[in-house]
Ligand binder design. Structure first.
Ligand SMILES: [Zn+2]
Length: 353
């Protein structure tokens, strides 16, 4: 929540701006500039390592959409009935902030909820159609993104294979799980990278150390759409030859560019202030206790199965299929929904003596 009495209001329109550079992805909520109509004002700005938004989304339990939608409906009904208008608008704003802090991939939905304020301003009756449509889109994308993560982005081979080519090869096999990647228009813009500068959505009382950002030039996607944003990010990941690695500490996938040797993600460990990377780099001996046995078993079996290609006991295609299935089972095991014993039994079911 913001400190102070007022909270920022969108002017006429509110949408998402997104861009990337070699290492990071950037997200903004933008509204029409107060003084010049052909310009925008950023309301919220966030950046993260390239690959973060989609990697984190893979693990988000979308069940929270049900209660979120209910919360939106209650406020929309109140505003339509002319009751508790300010309080309800404030409630919608808080929900938008919550989604943004969960994952910048929810920026289009946060913009949609803030768009309700613009509609209320115009005196229109509000509805939740757009939010519901978006929730449906996120739900439909999640299994596809899991397939894309496991079959395309997560690869142990560190060669220079063009990831875009790899995507199209998967798409040739399964058009439903690997859709056409297309998005709206890009605008060349002067934008910022890095730094820590407060934006209207930031809580000034709890704002960290101020630092100057660097001015950069980037092609920016300006959109209101969920699929637009997802396709844009995927295309940028593929173009950057981004790989997903399973973190050796928490087992979750994270994006790696350039240095493909990276083994730990930068997620904060639950109940700790440290990230997996910090935990991994200090190489505490406790690591042995924490580290995921499922990852070790998967790696062991991966090597054994991979060797079969060389000996002509398995085709590359059979291997790819096995690996994708093995990764899904590994993730289920890391998530605690499959026992380690069952996972190892599955890995070893075709063990050759
Ligand atoms: Zn991790």
């Amino acid at each position: 929540m913001l400190s102070g009495k007022s909270y920022p209001h969108p002017r006429q329109e509110i949408w998402v701006g997104a861009y990337t550079d070699k290492k990071s992805e950037y997200f903004e909520l933008r509204t029409v500039n107060e003084t010049s109509n052909d310009s925008y004002s950023p309301l919220w700005h966030k950046y993260a390592p390239l690959g973060s938004a989609i990697a984190d989304f893979l693990y988000d339990d979308l069940k929270h959409f049900e209660s979120d939608l209910n919360a939106v409906k209650i406020r929309v009904d109140a505003i339509n009935a002319g009751q508790e208008r300010e309080q309800s608008l404030r409630g919608l704003f808080d929900l938008a902030k919550l989604w943004l802090s969960d994952n910048p991939l929810y920026a289009p939905m946060a913009a949609a909820v803030e768009r309700l304020e613009v509609e209320a301003e115009k005196g229109n009756t509000l509805n939740t159609d757009e939010i519901e449509r978006m929730m449906k889109e996120y739900r439909a994308w999640q299994p596809k993104l899991k397939a894309i993560a496991h079959c395309v982005l997560e690869t142990e081979d560190n060669g220079d294979r063009d990831m875009r080519e790899k995507y199209l090869a998967e798409r040739a096999k399964d058009k439903a799980r690997f859709p056409i990647l297309s998005y709206g228009q890009l605008h060349l813009e002067a934008v910022y990278s890095g730094g820590n500068v407060p934006y209207p959505y930031d809580d000034l009382l709890n704002f960290g150390q101020f630092s100057e950002p660097t001015a950069i030039t980037a092609e920016v996607l300006n959109t209101e759409g969920v699929s637009d944003l997802i396709c844009f990010l995927l295309c940028r990941y593929l173009e950057a030859n981004l790989r997903f690695h399973a973190c050796k500490f928490c087992g979750k996938l994270f994006g790696v560019v350039g240095n493909y040797k990276q083994e730990y993600c930068s997620r904060v460990i639950p109940g700790s202030e440290k990230t997996c990377k910090e935990m991994g780099s200090v190489r505490l001996y406790e690591k042995k206790i924490f580290s995921e046995p499922a990852i070790k078993e998967y790696k062991r079996s991966y090597k054994a199965h991979n060797a079969r290609i060389r000996y002509g006991l398995m085709t590359r295609e059979e291997f790819d299929k096995w690996a994708a299935e093995a990764r899904e089972k590994r993730d289920t095991c890391v998530a605690g929904k499959l026992s380690l014993e069952d996972f190892v039994a599955w890995l070893d079911r075709d063990k050759q003596r």
